[in-house]
Design a protein around this ligand. Structure first.
Ligand code: DX5
Ligand code: ZN
Length: 219
């Protein structure tokens, strides 16, 4: 089985000690930094924007996985490339011309991801899956950390995994929202490649050990 990735979501970090928390993840068994950008329009919350990402990137030594929860993501593709994003994920529900958006993300030198809200069927990706480097399945309604995992996600992972194999695509499956030691193994067994974990990691008494234990469960 291929190596699974753990991606702590910086949304749950202590923003007054951001450098400390970024360095903590650098020195942990985590693989990626998951960065949640919210605009208060696509989702009912505003997180942080470009200046904060710029300072995260200054200290981060791992892959930068940016999850855009914004309308009109096309406007900012080049900006996020310039800021140092390695993967740029846009929401299916926010893209009228998804295929074009994916090409633009790749042309800017990044991997292209598509996120699906809990109500959006994975079958809608049948005609684009070969152009998608990663599908992010939202296992909570986007907008906030610390919500409960939606159980239907297991089914979506399995259907998506089958589609990817059937189409001979090279797409990673990322799970975002409510990931803990209670669901990590079952998600990976169903076909997940990347697990985002916000509160479970950052609100733990010992985040480094928490990441290490999560990794043991899934590898
Ligand atoms: C939700 C964000 C998630 C969030 C996950 O809108 O996309 O990445 O930070 O946080 P937890 O792991 O606390 O559910
Ligand atoms: Zn996210």
């Amino acid at each position: 089985m291929s190596l699974k990735r753990i991606a702590p979501s910086v949304l749950a970090a202590d923003f007054a000690n951001l450098q400390r928390d970024v360095e903590m993840i650098n020195n942990s068994d985590a693989d990626w930094f998951h960065i949640d950008i919210m605009d208060g329009v696509f989702v009912p919350n505003i997180s942080f924007g470009m200046p904060v990402l710029r300072d995260i990137v200054k200290h981060a030594s791992k892959t930068i996985d940016v999850h855009l929860m914004i309308v009109n993501p096309d406007r900012y593709i080049q900006t996020f490339a310039d800021l140092g994003s390695d993967i740029l994920t846009v929401h299916y529900e926010a893209c009228t011309h998804l295929h074009r958006t994916l090409q633009a993300i790749k042309a800017a030198g990044m991997k292209a991801g598509v996120a699906l809200n809990p109500h959006t069927s994975v079958n809608l990706l049948e005609d684009t899956i070969q152009d998608i480097d990663m599908v992010c399945l939202m296992s909570v309604n986007p907008g906030f950390g610390g919500q409960n995992f939606i159980e239907n996600t297991y089914h979506k992972v399995a259907v998506l995994k089958e589609m990817i194999e059937h189409k001979n695509a090279n797409t990673l499956i990322e799970i975002d929202g409510g990931v803990t030691n209670k669901n990590a193994k079952q998600l990976v067994d169903a076909g997940a490649d990347v697990l985002v974990a916000g509160s479970y990691v950052f609100k733990a008494e010992d985040p480094v050990t928490t990441v290490k234990e999560l990794r043991k469960l899934v590898n």
